[in-house]
Design a protein around this ligand. Sequence first.
Ligand SMILES: Cc1ncc(COP(=O)(O)O)c(C=O)c1O
Length: 405
Amino acid sequence: MSLSQIARSVCPSPTLALNEKAAILREKGDPVIHLGGGEPKSKAPIDALLAASAHLNSGEIRYAPADGIPALKKAVIRYTEEHYHRTVAPENIICSGGAKQAIMVALQAILNPQEEVLFPAPYWVSYPEMAKLCGANGIPVYSEDGSFIPRIKDIEQRVGPYTKAIIINSPNNPSGVMYPESFIADIIDFCERRDIYLIMDDIYHRLVFDNKKAISCFDYAKDFSENSKLIVINGISKVYAMTGFRIGWAIGNKKLIEAMTNIQGHQTSGPSVLLQKAAVGALNGVQSCIDSLRVTLENNRNVLVDRLNAFKGVHVTKPDGTFYCFADFSAYEKNSHKLSNLLIDKVMVLTMPGIEFGMEGYLRISFCGSIKDITEGIERIKWVLDPESPNELYIGDRKLVRDWI
Ligand SMILES: Cc1ncc(COP(=O)(O)O)c(C=O)c1O
């Protein structure tokens, strides 16, 4: 079969592959614990459901404008004023099928083949593949000190004549780390001086813990002209637990948004009007669901970090936000795929191999599930890895025997 170069270069999504594996095991009746997921378990806000069902009941479900319905743009303007202290115009906004499509369309609008987009490591699995879909190159930038906090020096050193854009995701998937204000200020200043697009992927910005506050990039920007190359990405998936609704948006200069609208118009048209109505309901409705999600996640994080710290060989960086912890298991096994597979095969616990996020020896462990899943999952992992574990483990009435160490 003859496939395009791009089709051949793109890797399958490791998250989707893991979900499939979990589904197959569950179908077989295996007591799987999924610590690899990327979505909160709470229900979608009632205001979102009511708004969507009211529109559904009208029976008139039509095409939406390619850049989003006016009501959603209005809600995004209000959201941006409240959380970013910045008033933007409707022409500065495009609503897309999730933050994922908003990022993809932004990259398609700015990248030429062979050009580069940089992002600090560890990074979200989709960035390198999205760059490939544009025929461009995604370049991870590693901190010289090996930490999860990028340093402006490392990025400056990696920027070259082909660098067109930088993506910053803070709080970060997979590390959960929120980058310091000084770094955000520096990277904005650097990109403005060097005329490089800066994409702020803020999808987790309201899921931060320990009374920390999300940082608004607009507080540090100096260029608010229509030449500004700052692009802010957001969406309802994570913060409102509305992953399946597929609504996200980008804020950028008017010319860029116009170009993105042209691309999206030919790709998918505007996102479903029904789901945009749901997003309007979520953004304009009662916001207490976010606080309760954040409190639950913070508690889950505390339990997970506590349990992981009990391992002799695991090094943990406490997440500031999101629902991911990126823990260093290299003292037990340096190959993260091998380790992740061992945990699935032996104790049916799903985790994401660190190498998918650009760092070997790590596992991404999600804490968006229940406390029971977290504690039981970590207990099973400990049983596999700790040489002092008892020889047997019972999962329900199933007896497992250590046969690998
Ligand atoms: C860093 C990051 N950006 C963007 C997205 C995409 O979110 P959405 O569901 O809005 O497409 C995800 C989802 O996992 C993510 O982790």
